[in-house]
Design a protein around this ligand. Structure first.
Ligand SMILES: Nc1ncnc2c1ncn2[C@@H]1O[C@H](COP(=O)(O)O)[C@@H](OP(=O)(O)O)[C@H]1O
Ligand SMILES: [Mg+2]
Ligand SMILES: [Mg+2]
Ligand SMILES: [Mg+2]
Length: 350
């Protein structure tokens, strides 16, 4: 089909990047974690940079000459004074991962690494093809030892046409809601989806592939919902009000990153609610791969006004208030509960 070569390359690149991430998460050093500059001091680690350099390098090898990448990280902070040691560490990690794969017999220099990272500076848009990468989505979860994902998607004329979500810490079998972090469960899933062809899941370390479908739950009382682990990323009080209006009985499943989209695509829960606080602008790399993984599994992803997400406007998503995800049956009820809850919240308190 149309994007088979791209899909194979994306799976290869994301899988390779997770090897690097797993190694770093196992032995996370304080010096591996840095704060980004600017107002929102989110963390960034050697693994975010290493993953971006690896994916960028692999995609450029596979598609020489026709390459555009919109990615989260850039090398600005690494090029400043004091960045040298950290760049050396990233270079070593990337070269070790490339060697472990065997298909790229090269050793990259520190400058090669910085250049590969900066290849992700494309602005995207509605023309042509653009890869969209979040090298580690859920860096806060990654640093905590929790969930994170390597999220890679391809835009073709503004539409997401394929997505790969590698989730190194997600159990292979459905999350038990009583024990979402059950230690006995084997972990490491990769979800992939191509437009019109469905969503599939495979173990990160293996090859058996299964087709996945969103939950068929129609009764909201039986639905469970996902939201961000970080209260700063999504208003937990608002989602709790929405859940209450719907009659949802289960407690929320709080997890970092687009792993939520992956888990929802295989029916672990039926609803995902995301309501950032005022003024936050969502980026395309935080939703591109996740949204196609869910829609190709039969789900629906919209903003709070019921509009499909528009990935054609550059780096940012232009949204009404928040993002809501569910199956086709539940969506109308969910949408009503969201509108009613937003209206209630915006009323002045007596
Ligand atoms: N104040 C904020 N509100 C909403 N989202 C935020 C935020 N600050 C950071 N984020 C985004 O939330 C993402 C993690 O999503 P989640 O809340 O589902 O775990 C982060 O991705 P990164 O970890 O790639 O930076 C970041 O882009
Ligand atoms: Mg980040
Ligand atoms: Mg992210
Ligand atoms: Mg990230």
């Amino acid at each position: 089909m149309a994007y088979d070569k791209e899909l194979a390359a994306a799976i290869k690149a994301a899988s390779l990047a997770t090897r690097l991430c797993r190694k770093v998460q196992k032995a996370l050093l304080q010096s591996d974690v840095r704060s980004k500059h600017g107002r929102n001091k989110s963390p960034v680690t050697v693994a975010d940079y290493g993953s971006q350099a690896l994916v960028s390098f692999v995609l450029q090898q596979e598609f020489p000459g026709e390459f555009s990448l919109v990615a989260e990280e850039d090398s600005n902070d690494l090029r400043k004074d004091g960045g040298g040691e950290i760049v050396e560490r990233i270079t070593k990690l990337v070269n070790e991962s490339l060697t472990s794969d065997g298909s790229y017999g090269v050793s990259l220099s520190s400058e090669d690494i910085l250049k590969a990272i900066d290849c992700g500076k494309s602005e995207g848009g509605s023309q042509g093809r653009h890869w969209v990468l979040d090298p580690i989505d859920g860096t806060k979860g990654f640093v905590r030892g929790d969930q994170y994902a390597v999220a890679l998607a391809l835009l073709d004329r503004g539409n997401v046409v394929l997505g790969v979500l590698a989730c190194p810490n997600l159990p292979l079998t459905s999350i038990s809601f009583a024990h979402p972090h059950s230690p006995n469960n084997e972990v490491g899933c990769l979800f992939f989806a191509e437009v019109g062809r469905g969503t599939y899941m495979q173990p990160l370390d293996g090859s058996s592939t299964v087709k996945v479908q969103v939950s068929a739950v129609e009764n909201p009382e039986e639905a469970s919902f996902f939201e961000s682990y970080e209260a700063a990323h999504s208003m937990h009080d608002l989602s709790s009000l929405i859940a209450q209006k719907l009659g949802v009985k289960a407690a929320p499943i709080r997890m970092d990153s687009q792993v939520k989209y992956g888990a929802l695509s295989r029916g672990d829960g039926a609803i995902y609610l995301r309501f950032p606080r005022n003024g936050y602008r969502e980026k395309i790399w935080d939703h591109a791969a996740g949204s196609i993984v869910v829609t190709e599994a039969g789900g629906v992803v919209t903003d709070a006004a019921g509009k499909q997400l528009d990935f054609s406007k550059g780096k940012y998503l232009d949204l009404d208030t928040g993002i809501i995800v569910s199956n086709q049956k539940l969506m109308p009820l969910l949408f009503d509960a969201v509108r009613a809850s937003l209206a209630q919240k915006s009323k002045p308190q007596p």
